[in-house]
Design a binder for this molecule. Structure first.
Ligand SMILES: Nc1ncnc2c1ncn2[C@@H]1O[C@H](COP(=O)(O)OP(=O)(O)OP(=O)(O)O)[C@@H](O)[C@H]1O
Ligand SMILES: [Mg+2]
Length: 244
């Protein structure tokens, strides 16, 4: 991990967001992620984890409150700068993969940011090999298995070499050996902050040091991951039984 400055990486202050004709999903969220932190975002199905992550990258805009990325308020004028520093992996890999082949999916982002074609291709081939996808490089995403699509989406994000990594349920569809491999890859990455929404308590115990629980539109728990995982009564209180 890079601990490059004392400016918080992400600051969220009194964030409120709701979908039309619904009670707000996020009802006053505040937290700060500092350089060097790897953080889990936990919460029940429908709690608002994806909604919160999508606010952090400006795919959704808060109704009130503020988000700052490396000290800069997130708004229309600063959106592209913020997105340049954040790699975001969607919960649904199909949202990430849209090119004719996965090799092109993985080179698309870097090419868009001006990385020369040869460099982008070499980087993509290394990542595809890392994720066991080299033999499928010229297939389209819809010719892959669900887990392979997940790995291709992760490769496409890592190809951007982002400073901040935000992953929405990255282990979905992965077998235990790939979950283990992904943990190893993430632990070695030279990134400033990683924020991971997940239902996989065992896996976040191996990949994060801090965990937030989102419930009733607010961050109800903000604790050391290991402490939380041993505190069964708190997990049960938020309906997050660890063995299920
Ligand atoms: N596009 C949308 N329009 C209206 N309501 C939505 C939309 N997307 C999500 N919601 C609602 O907002 C709430 C939060 O959804 P969200 O996807 O953020 O939950 P989540 O915590 O990521 O859940 P999961 O663990 O299933 O991924 C849910 O009640 C959901 O039905
Ligand atoms: Mg979600």
């Amino acid at each position: 991990m890079i601990e490059s400055s004392s400016i918080p990486t992400i600051e969220v202050e009194k964030l409120v967001f709701g979908y039309p004709q619904q009670k707000p999903t996020l009802r006053g969220i505040s937290f700060t992620l500092n350089p060097g932190e790897r953080v889990a975002l936990l919460g029940l199905t429908g709690a608002g984890k994806s909604t919160l992550l999508e606010n952090l990258i400006g795919l959704k805009m808060p109704q009130s409150g503020e988000i700052r990325v490396r000290g800069t308020k997130l708004e229309q004028a600063t959106l592209s700068q913020a997105r340049r520093s954040i790699g975001f992996c969607f919960q649904d890999a199909n949202d990430q993969l849209f090119m004719p082949t996965i090799l092109e999916d993985v080179t698309f982002g870097p090419r868009n940011y001006g990385v020369p074609a040869g460099v982008a291709r070499d980087r993509a081939l290394v990542l595809l090999e890392e994720f066991g996808l080299l033999e499928f490089a010229n297939r389209s995403a819809h010719e892959l298995s669900g887990g392979q699509r997940r790995l291709a989406a992760l490769a496409a994000i890592l190809a951007l070499e982002p400073a901040i990594l935000i992953l929405d349920e990255p282990t979905n569809g992965l077998d235990p050996s790939w979950r283990r491999h992904l943990a190893k890859v993430l632990l070695q990455l030279p990134v400033e902050v990683i924020l991971i929404a997940s239902h996989d308590l065992n896996w976040i115990g191996k990949t994060t040091q801090r965990a937030l629980i989102l419930a009733e539109g607010q961050i109800k728990v903000d604790r050391n991951t290991q402490d939380l995982l041993q505190d069964i009564s708190t997990l049960e209180h938020y309906n997050l039984p660890p063995d299920w």
